[in-house]
Design a protein around this ligand. Structure first.
Ligand code: NDP
Length: 288
C-alpha cells in the first residue's frame, strides 16, 4: 500500500455524531503506527445496504455498525458470521475476505477482556445477567466460553430472557463447550442465589434509572458491571454497592475493548487500550 493512502474504516449508524469510535480507532492506529482514516457515516434505513456495499466497493477495510443497524448488518453477513454473532442476531463489525462480506459481534469479547483487566477471570464464576436485548444477546455466549460456571439471565419481560436461554441452549448443543455450565432465566425478581459477577445489560441507566431487580446477594469479591458509562456511578452501581458488591464498574472499558477486538479483526493486531481509556474517562469527567 502507498503509505500516503490510509486504510479506510468507519462507523455507520443513525444518529452517529456522538460516536466515540473515530477517537478510539485513531488512537489505536497511532499506537501501532498504522495509517487509518476512520469516519462516521450517517445513513437512513432505506440507504443502509447500499452504503455498506459502496463502502467496501471503494476499498473500505472495516466497518463498525451501531444503532439501529446491527440486525441489518447481521442479515447482510449471515452466511459468513461467527457463532457469537449468530446468537446475538446482531453484527457490529463487518469486513470483506475472499470477496465475501463477513460479520462478527465483538461486544462479548470486549466485556470479557475488560473483566479480565479488572481482575475477574470468569472461570468457575456465577454470573447474573440482567437484560435480554441486543447487548445481553451479544455477551451471553462469550461469558460461557470464558468459563462461567453458571449463568442466569433475568429481564423485565421474562419471556425474552427465556427465549434467549433457549437459543443459548440450542447453540451449546450444536457447539458444546468443554464444561457444562448451569443455565437459568427469569424475571427481574428472580435473583435467588449468590453471585460473583452481576452485569446490567439493560438500557435503564441511559434514563438515569435502574432495573427494579430483587435483592442481590453478592459473594465476597463480587463485581457489579453496568454496560452504560458516564461521569458518575449509575443508579445500578449505587444499588450494587449498597447490596454488598466489592467492585462497581461502568462500561467504558467494554466500549474500548470491543473496539480493540474489531481493530484486531481488520488489522491482525490487538492495540493497547490503557491510554485511550484514561483519555475518554478524563473527557467524561470534564464534560460533566
Ligand atoms: P435493547 O434496546 O436491545 O434492550 C434493552 C434492554 O433493557 C431490554 O432487556 C429491556 O427490557 C431493558 N430495559 C430497558 N429499560 C429498562 C428498565 N427501565 N428497567 C428494566 N429493564 C429495562 O438495548 P441493547 O441491549 O442494545 O443495549 C443495552 C445497553 O447496553 C444500552 O444502554 C447500551 O448503551 C449498552 N451497551 C454498551 C456497550 C459498551 O460497549 N459499553 C455495548 C453495547 C451496549 P425489556 O426486554 O423488558 O424491554
Amino acid at each position: 500500500m502507498n503509505p500516503s493512502t490510509p486504510y479506510r474504516c468507519a462507523v455507520i449508524g443513525n444518529p452517529i455524531a456522538h460516536s466515540l469510535s473515530p477517537d478510539i480507532h485513531h488512537a489505536f492506529a497511532q499506537a501501532l503506527d498504522l495509517p487509518v482514516q476512520y469516519e462516521r457515516i450517517l445513513c437512513t434505513a432505506d440507504d443502509f445496504d447500499n452504503r455498506v456495499a459502496e463502502f467496501f466497493a471503494q476499498g473500505g477495510r472495516g466497518l463498525n455498525i451501531t444503532v439501529p443497524f446491527k440486525e441489518r448488518a447481521f442479515t447482510l453477513s449471515q452466511k459468513h458470521c461467527q457463532p457469537r454473532a449468530q446468537l446475538a442476531g446482531a453484527v457490529n463489525t463487518l469486513w470483506v475476505a475472499d470477496q465475501q462480506l463477513h460479520g462478527d459481534n465483538t461486544d462479548g469479547e470486549g466485556l470479557v477482556v475488560d473483566l479480565q483487566r479488572l481482575g475477574k477471570e470468569l472461570k468457575g464464576q456465577r454470573v447474573l445477567l440482567i437484560g435480554a436485548g441486543g447487548a445481553a444477546r451479544g455477551v451471553a455466549l462469550p461469558l460461557l466460553a470464558a468459563g462461567a460456571q453458571s449463568l442466569k439471565i433475568i429481564n423485565r419481560s421474562p419471556e425474552r430472557a427465556h427465549q434467549l436461554l433457549q437459543q443459548l441452549e440450542q447453540q451449546l448443543t450444536q457447539q458444546p463447550l468443554g464444561s457444562q455450565p448451569s443455565l437459568a432465566s427469569g424475571g427481574l425478581q428472580d435473583t435467588a442465589g449468590q453471585w460473583d459477577v452481576v452485569i446490567n445489560a439493560t438500557s435503564a441507566s441511559l434514563d438515569n434509572d435502574r432495573p427494579e431487580h430483587g435483592t442481590i446477594s453478592y459473594a465476597s469479591q463480587a463485581l457489579a458491571y453496568d454496560m452504560v458509562y458516564g461521569a458518575k456511578p449509575t443508579a445500578f452501581m449505587q444499588t450494587a454497592q449498597q447490596q454488598g458488591a466489592a467492585q462497581c464498574v461502568d462500561g467504558l472499558g467494554m466500549l474500548v475493548e470491543q473496539a480493540a477486538s474489531s481493530f484486531a479483526i481488520w488489522f491482525g493486531q490487538r492495540p493497547p487500550t490503557t491510554a485511550i481509556r484514561a483519555q475518554l474517562r478524563q473527557q467524561l469527567f470534564s464534560s460533566s
